[in-house]
Design a protein around this ligand. Structure first.
Ligand code: GBH
Length: 486
């Protein structure tokens, strides 16, 4: 009989020996072979939803096909100097044409669910007005193909590709955009809700607002003054709230509605009562303009005080809409923000990363697995959320294809193993995370970083569109087959 410790060691040794791609990526081995019989010391609840995610502009390509209108990302990426090497999403992964074979790869991995986003300008080429049925048809085909392969679709309505026509009328600086988003979201829900049961309004308000309207490094490339930026932020959360209401009003069947936000993932530097309390407070305050206002339906006093004359202008009706209860919260988590207790009235301080802090290929992607424990936990505890998803988590690596045709991304495997272990820690304590979506299913258009930064579980040769499962794909397939990890 092996004791617990040596059983774990045994499992670890054994799983690394079994990781030869040929052995694992054949259909029989992981699911039916002895690999799945290995003890999974960190096993997840039955029915845990293992998935992967992408976004329309990052994978689809076909930007001029079937009546699609231009979005701010078409404009921005075609503006010289805005993206790495001038890369655009014109072709990207050509997923618009290759979705069927991509879904076969998903099936081969054992994915239970897939999170995609709808391109607003395929459905409404100029943002509002008459819908373009050929645009929506792509999502009908995609959803049908997923369901035919037993993969549950999770649908995001907005992943940053705002119709250019709306940007020309003020974009997110205009309240009309919030209303336009709600109409579009309601329309898509009406058409897809017979088959799609989970909708997310906006992806990462914090990213597209701060990067696109504050720092100018994402589309539409603006650097607004604080008051205008706060108003953009307000229109984003308002769009979310109005979107939740519109989706519910127009859905033809019962659906669940949430969002996918990337809150500042505050985590205690030392896990004792003092620092945990500080991190929880930091989590609520640092996200006051985004997740907190959505969950509470009001801006925190500290937020309003901090912004003073630049605080957003709002009505009581808007605040009520923003706080419309959601059915679930999706969290995109990549890095941790380390917090310590502090003796100032604020009570906490964020610890800046020392130069030596480890990160993945993207310099911003510092490694902090504990974020996958603390962020869901704080979200559930602060706001009594009953259903959570990790709607994104993943990493960029300097992937190279070796002469044997494989990509041995050991750093991504290590990253995922460490993060999933922390996710398991929360789930086993009862934090209600129901599913996990790895970002991303395949290498794709990494916004201003272009194609140089790879986040995929599948390596994509952008010249031939050939997909190759990386070592991390074999690892993830094993996690799914075992419903856990050693
Ligand atoms: C997610 O954002 C996005 O939802 C997804 O589309 C994207 O592909 C994925 O992550 C990987 O990046 O330019 O140094 O100032 C994650 C959060 C926040 C990461 C902003 C990049 C910009 C860093 N993002 N951040 S920097």
């Amino acid at each position: 009989m092996l004791n617990r410790l040596s059983r774990r060691t045994f499992a670890k040794l054994f799983s690394s020996a079994a990781l030869a791609p040929s052995a694992l990526y054949s259909t029989e081995s992981a699911a039916a072979g002895f690999a799945s019989a290995l003890p999974a010391a960190h096993s997840f609840p039955k029915g845990f939803l293992w998935g992967s995610a992408t976004a329309a502009y990052q994978v689809e390509g076909a930007v001029k096909e079937d009546g699609r209108g231009p979005s701010i990302w078409d404009t921005f990426s075609h503006t010289p100097g805005k993206t790495n090497m001038g890369d655009t999403g014109d072709v990207a992964d050509d997923h618009y044409h290759l979705y069927k074979s991509d879904i076969q790869l998903m099936k081969e991995m054992g994915l239970k669910t897939y999170r995609f986003s709808v391109s607003w300008t395929r459905v409404f080429p100029s943002g509002t007005g008459s819908p373009n049925p050929r645009g929506l048809d792509f999502y009908n085909r995609l959803v049908d193909e997923l369901l035919a392969n037993n993969i549950t679709p999770y649908c995001t309505l907005f992943h940053w590709d705002l119709p250019q026509t709306l940007e020309d009328k003020g974009g997110w600086q205009s309240r009309d955009t919030s209303e336009a988003f709600a109409s579009y979201a309601g329309y898509v829900a009406e058409r897809l809700s017979d088959r799609v049961k989970h909708f997310m309004t906006l992806n990462e308000m914090r990213s597209f607002v701060d990067l696109g309207y504050g720092r100018g490094i994402h589309a539409p490339g603006l650097e607004l003054a604080p008051a205008a930026l706060n108003q953009v932020r307000h229109h984003a959360v308002l769009a979310h709230g109005l979107g939740v209401q519109a989706i519910r009003a127009h859905a033809k069947a019962e659906v669940k509605v949430g969002l996918a936000e990337n809150p500042e993932a505050c985590a205690p530097i030392i896990e004792n009562a003092e620092h945990i309390a500080a991190a929880s407070k930091a989590f609520r305050e640092e996200n006051a303009g985004y997740l907190t206002v959505v969950m509470e339906g009001r801006y925190t006093d500290a937020y309003l005080e901090h912004h003073g004359a630049n605080a957003p202008k709002f009505t009581a009706a808007e605040m009520k809409a923003i706080g419309t209860p959601v059915d679930f919260v999706g969290l995109n988590i990549y890095t941790a923000t380390w917090v310590r207790a502090d003796s100032t009235p604020k009570g906490y301080a964020i610890i800046p990363a020392p130069k030596s802090y480890p990160h993945m290929m993207s310099p911003w992607l510092t490694v902090g697995p504990q974020a996958l424990y603390w962020t869901p936990k704080f979200t559930a505890d602060l706001w009594k959320v009953k259903e959570l998803y990790i709607t994104e988590n993943g990493a960029s690596s300097a992937d190279v294809m070796t002469p044997d045709g494989q990509v041995y991304d050991s750093d991504r495997v290590m990253y995922l193993r460490n993060y999933l272990t922390q996710l398991h820690r929360g789930v086993s304590e009862g934090v209600p995370v129901k599913g996990y979506f790895c970002w991303s299913f395949m290498d794709n258009y990494e916004w201003a970083d272009g194609y140089a930064y790879r986040f995929g579980l599948h390596y994509v040769d952008f010249k031939t569109q050939k997909r190759t499962p990386k070592m991390s794909a074999h690892f993830y397939k094993e996690v799914i087959a075992r419903n856990g990890l050693a």
